[in-house]
Design a protein around this ligand. Sequence first.
Ligand code: ATP
Length: 241
Amino acid sequence: PEQTPLLRVEALELHYGAVQALKGVSLQVHAGEVVTIIGGNGAGKSTLMKAISGLEPTAAGRIEFLGQDITRMPGHLRVPFGIAQSPEGRQVFADQSVHDNLLLGAYHRKDGAAAIAADVEQQFNTFPRLRERRAQMAGTMSGGEQQMLAIARALMSRPKLLLLDEPSLGLAPLIVKEIFAIVRQLKAQGVTILLVEQMANQALAVADRAYVLETGHFTLQGAAADLRRDPKVRAAYLGAH
Ligand code: ATP
């Protein structure tokens, strides 16, 4: 029998006024998987992430997490429930230190200061640049460092599902490489990740499965390795002709 997926999205629809940004999207993420959603500008990738994290209300369809219907659960309750988003554009608390940003990621935890301090230490092991800069104001860090902080902060909530929205956005190629190495490391640690990316090549290289989103609906889905070889994907998203 098929294992119950960690996340199950069914026929999800979302409107911004007259614009329908999601037109019946269905997807599943199983525990331990890295799943990526690729697609061009305006396809609806960020919108789908916001629907899953509860930042945008949906018009129709259903979102299940751990077998429970969370379609109408407010976003702030989804974090303690196990869904953490590292948002597009990073959105760290600019006038707070790196260390305080990490503590804010653990705001809802009730397992005590020692456990939280141990997790801060673990984030510093994964992101050594953050350890060096623990007292620095987050807003003065480079784009890549802020991206790392945003991911580390999301991990501080001990999520069962990590939503990564365009972690490569606006970063230099070397930093992008570093970010994807970290995604790979998290995957090896067993973190379940839903990754939205415009850098399709990198995303398909790290993911187990992938969905291609075009103007609000999925046009292709499958094993990431297969999509990487798919002529349509290559022509549209991998710069091959
Ligand atoms: P990008 O990679 O460029 O961020 P995306 O795939 O993440 O693209 P979305 O940001 O999800 O795309 O946008 C999907 C569609 O919804 C676009 O047509 C966009 O203009 C529209 N949209 C997004 N946010 C809003 C909003 N707050 N109000 C109105 N329309 C919106």
